[in-house]
Design a protein around this ligand. Structure first.
Ligand code: GLC
Length: 446
């Protein structure tokens, strides 16, 4: 039979069209790649940004899920305002957020309960850290970055001025800081004019709440509001602790200290112009960066203590999945990746970030480059003081604001400490409706 070429071509074309349309149909049934939006408070140093970028790319390679990162403002307060904006149900906001350890009670209902997804990670975690992300048995966030207030000190200067170790009490700190400050200034009056004994965070921000809580809790002055909902802040130990800090301003600390946030104190410290600094665990990496004038000239210890021990305020962030996310499954995958062993080990090495998984502290690759981590893993168990955020829930912002303003007015000399503590006590009663009383084991109210 003679072959009809035209007919063959027509059949071939028809087959191609069918195949192409099958292929296209198949393509359209495959989901477009998912892009998640992530907003992270982070300590946005170049090293941190670079590592996070690498992580998000690695995650995209492993899972096919892309992540778009949104920028975040600097202070906790501005961040909270932005998060609230982004979390309005009508807004197509981020899928994954980090939240400050003090926000679960404030933002709780916007997030998915993560307990079913992270049960094993949580049961192996630091109980006090997990507790701060848990509200009424709901795991609002998974710990991501564990932070605690620490004392940074210049090892070279301590040696030079004859001190074998950093101060163990707040009372010891002031004379040491004063002596080093005087000595450094005397060396070269012009160049060292800016040298200070101790820098910390005295601006009326959340960081002052953290600093002041450390001073007073160490002296038996309680935790502002106790676990049994007693407003305990108006007590002689807290008052004395605030008064002592007010004496630092303009003597061992700059007069501008009352306007300092974390970055301000870090800048003075990084320039080599302070003997001691109170800051978070995350401040370590910057001082050790190549070219830093204080590289290998400093170390960290627990904050100094008082008659009730040595404590640091628990800080840090947790990861949450938004209830409004249209990709909750992928969002949980991102959270799982970000808290994974490998990411935490790498971050501990490159960014000196403290792992949130206790078992990692025993690994040589974590312990050896970071000998001070032993101190942290212990502190996360026994040396933390928590802000009364879960206790006061949505009212925490108002509570903290009242507290930081009261302490700030003492630091600036606007009010005397007993007056300020009394007014604060009344204000906290008004805000929370809780009762007044002494801190556990503390001195009676004035
Ligand atoms: C740090 C802490 C956070 C705290 C904030 C105060 O970012 O991790 O918990 O609220 O400092 O400035």
């Amino acid at each position: 039979m003679p072959v009809n070429r035209e007919a063959v071509i027509r059949i071939e074309v028809a087959v191609c069209i069918v195949m192409l349309s099958l292929l296209l149909a198949d393509c359209t049934s495959v989901h477009a790649p998912v892009t998640l939006t992530f907003v992270d408070q982070g300590w946005a140093t170049p090293a941190f940004n670079q590592e996070r970028e690498r992580e998000l790319q690695e995650f995209a390679r492993e899972t096919g899920i892309q992540v778009k990162l949104l920028p975040s403002p600097e202070s906790t307060r501005e961040q909270l305002a932005l998060w609230r904006e982004l979390l309005r149900p009508s807004a197509s906001g981020p899928d994954v957020y980090t939240i400050d350890v003090i926000w679960p009670g404030i933002l709780n209902e916007n997030f998915v309960d993560l307990k079913p997804y992270f049960a094993s990670e949580i049961s192996a975690g630091f109980p006090a850290i997990t507790a701060s992300y848990t509200i009424d048995n709901k795991l609002v966030a998974v710990p991501y970055d564990a932070n605690i207030g620490l004392l940074y000190y210049r090892t070279d200067l301590l040696r030079e001025y004859g001190y074998r170790e950093p101060p163990r009490t707040w009372d010891e700190l002031a004379p040491m800081a004063a002596r080093i400050q005087a000595g450094e200034r005397a060396k070269d009056r012009k160049a060292k004019k800016q040298f200070w004994g101790f820098v910390w965070q005295g601006a009326a921000t959340e960081a002052l709440t953290c600093n002041a809580l450390e001073w007073q809790a160490a002296e038996g002055g309680g935790q502002i509001i106790e676990k049994d909902k007693t407003i305990s802040v108006n007590n002689p130990d807290a008052i004395r602790a605030w008064q002592r800090a007010a004496r630092w301003v303009g003597s061992i600390s700059p007069p501008g200290e009352v306007g300092y946030k974390e970055w301000d104190s870090l800048n003075v410290w990084m320039a080599g112009d302070a003997a001691f600094m109170r800051n978070w665990t995350s401040a370590y990496v910057d001082g050790q960066a190549a070219g830093s004038p204080i590289r290998n000239k400093f170390d960290v210890s627990l904050l100094p203590g008082g008659k009730a021990g040595r404590v640091g305020t628990l800080g840090g962030t947790g990861l949450v999945v938004s209830r409004f996310s249209t990709h909750p499954r992928e969002a949980v995958e991102l959270v799982r990746y970000l808290i994974s062993r490998d990411v935490q080990i790498r971050r501990s090495r490159l960014l000196t970030e403290a792992p949130t998984r206790p078992e990692l502290y025993d690994l040589p690759e974590v312990r050896e480059p970071n000998p001070r981590f032993a101190l942290l893993s212990q502190a996360f168990r026994t040396g933390i003081v928590s802000r009364p955020s879960n206790l006061t829930g949505k009212k925490y912002e108002e509570v903290s604001n009242a507290y930081m303003q009261a302490v700030h007015s003492v630091l600036t000399g606007e009010r005397n400490a007993p007056e300020s503590a009394k007014a604060l006590e009344n204000e906290l009663v008004r805000i929370t409706g809780f009762k007044k009383g002494p801190p556990p084991g503390g001195s009676a109210r004035p």
